[in-house]
Design a protein around this ligand. Structure first.
Ligand SMILES: Cc1cc2nc3c(=O)[nH]c(=O)nc-3n(C[C@H](O)[C@H](O)[C@H](O)COP(=O)(O)O)c2cc1C
Length: 530
């Protein structure tokens, strides 16, 4: 085992919530020092994107067969639409004097540590350079310019995380949430691109230090101390091809070395009263080096039509987290439940078209209210090869009853599991009042021992699954909510897991939402129309 994987195991163990002690976080929240959720760079030119809010013809169900969606031309209007539907604002909420923006991509605590950058080598679209997307203003800030005469005209998108934004509220556990958010963001991008007939090719071979150099994240003097951005992902936006094209990183690096940079990041918060050095440590130990390029050929699974087959752009903009669920709602129709679970299996559709690895995450479901299903604890293996190991690791008391379904599905134990789900998810009623909730169980120690950076990748996969659940819940006429707060080892105890071969990394809940009538809602981009 390497010292890097040791450091990861140490971080993971230390940031578990336990029933009698939460992971270390701030003792009080310094509301006056809350980091600005919108990063801006001063001293850059900005490029306005055409007005947000346009609708597309594509229905949510059309995204099941993305190869049939006609590819839209690469224009600033379509690029703006893709950015809006992945990272843009979806609404403003208000309560008394407080107002806050929601976005198409969700984020733990609505803190939004994820930042998005375009790298353009296609001068017909934009002068060659790196551009930062500001969701609040729906415009681009030009961070750099370079000569792209030796480069093919292409468009790339990179994602990074400002760990401080999340750590301000959640302390040491925040690094995990930043990774979940990256998974959600990648999936949001993959769905948004597919609405335009485009594909996201995740260039997962690229090293973090290359992403940092290309996007200017390693320019320390451009960022305030403790507010730097960690590189996460780099992808190609493919307009006319669904095939992998690889990347010549050396040529890109050579051309970008002579880039001219503009702007400095504005300060996000004043005091930084609490510091969380373990986040910097785990971030260094989980850095990704250059790896061999891999691309997955996903299987084709035919999905039944969603029950609310509305416009994909409308569905993406209406996605919200439920704050409460109606514990007395009618059971979720079985057809909706089955479509939701089928959509979570690797398939040649978004977001899996942007994913390059076999499934490492399997789902333990707490079924509360689903038509024709006995309440209880169930398992959905997302790759049947993992089944023998899961059976070996789980409690010997489980009955592993095969459930008839269009996918492999097992009942582990029948019974009312509402209270268990609620208690395990930090006593949150949303886990018990829904139709079903679930824990995402990742193949853990084998992955971390093989390559420490896979720690991040496992959380990304969970975020990807979470984003599917959010959108599929909307398509079933109900709603979902991510659950980052759960008692890690209590969950493992219920499943009978003895060591860290398998670890639950994220929870989620889906059901009939109860709206909070006290909150006011206003349109996402009203402020740009004044
Ligand atoms: C990784 C992650 C963890 C979350 N954990 C919780 C949670 O434990 N409890 C909760 O009520 N909401 C949780 N949420 C929901 C967020 O609070 C919500 O996404 C955020 O407030 C933005 O609202 P929206 O999803 O409606 O856009 C989580 C969301 C994400 C992405």
């Amino acid at each position: 085992m390497t010292s890097q994987s040791d450091a990861i195991f140490h971080y993971h163990q230390r940031t578990k919530h336990n029933i009698n002690a939460y992971a270390k976080g701030p003792e009080t929240l310094d509301w006056d020092d809350q980091p600005d959720p919108f990063r801006r760079f001063t001293g850059c030119n900005t490029v306005d994107l055409p007005a947000p809010g346009a609708d597309l013809h594509c229905l949510f169900g059309d995204l099941d067969q993305p190869e049939n969606i006609a590819s839209q031309p690469l224009t600033l209007k379509n690029l703006g639409l893709m950015l809006e539907l992945s990272f843009g604002l979806s609404a403003w909420k208000g309560y008394g004097p407080d107002r806050w923006a929601l976005r198409c991509n969700p984020s733990s605590g609505n803190l939004h540590p994820t930042e998005a950058y375009l790298l353009c080598t296609d001068p017909e679209l934009l002068p060659s350079g790196v551009y930062h997307y500001v969701s609040h203003d729906h415009h681009l800030e030009q961070r750099s310019t370079f000569d792209s005469a030796d480069l093919k005209p292409e468009l790339f998108l990179g994602l990074s995380s400002i760990h401080w934004r999340e750590a301000w509220k959640y302390g040491e556990r925040a690094f995990r949430y930043c990774q979940h958010d990256i998974g959600h963001a990648l999936a949001a991008l993959s769905y948004a691109a597919a609405c335009l007939g485009w594909t996201i090719e995740l260039l997962s071979e690229v090293a973090d230090y290359d992403i940092a150099q290309w996007l200017g994240l390693d320019r320390n003097d451009d960022f305030v101390e403790h507010e730097h951005e960690a590189p996460d992902l780099f992808c190609r936006i493919s307009i006319n091809s669904h095939d992998s094209q690889g990347l010549d990183a050396d040529i890109l690096s050579k051309n970008l070395q002579a880039a001219q940079w503009f702007g400095k990041a504005e300060r996000l918060s004043g005091r930084h009263f609490y510091r969380w050095p373990i986040i910097d440590e785990v971030s260094v130990n989980a850095q990704k080096p250059l790896t061999t390029a891999v691309r997955m050929q996903q299987p084709t699974i035919k999905l039944p039509s969603p029950s609310q087959n509305i416009s994909a752009s409308q569905l993406i903009r209406q996605r919200r987290s439920a704050q409460n669920f109606n514990g007395k709602a009618l059971p979720l129709p079985l057809a909706d439940f089955q479509r939701i679970l089928l959509a979570l299996l690797p398939n040649a559709k978004p977001p899996f078209t942007a994913w390059n690895w076999p499934a490492q995450v399997h789902l333990c479901l707490f079924v509360h209210r689903v038509e024709g299903m006995e309440p209880g604890l169930y398992l959905l293996p997302r790759d049947s090869h993992a089944l023998p190991e899961l059976k070996q690791a789980f409690s010997a008391d489980f009955n592993w009853q095969t459930i008839e379904a269009p996918f492999e599905f097992y009942q582990l134990t029948p019974g009312n599991v509402k209270q268990a789900a609620k208690t395990l998810s930090c006593h949150q009623p949303i886990a018990g009042d829904s139709a079903f909730s679930l824990g995402m169980l990742a193949c853990f120690s084998d992955n971390i021992e093989a390559e420490a950076w896979r720690y991040r990748r496992l959380f990304w996969e969970c975020g990807l699954i979470g984003q599917i659940l959010y959108l599929e819940a909307e398509a079933a006429g109900i709603r979902g909510t991510g659950i980052g707060c759960f008692f890690d080892d209590a969950v493992h105890g219920v499943l009978g897991l003895q060591d860290n071969s398998w670890q639950s990394l994220y929870h989620f809940t889906v059901g009939a939402p109860l709206d909070d009538g006290r909150l006011q809602t206003s349109p996402a981009y009203e402020h740009l129309q004044r």
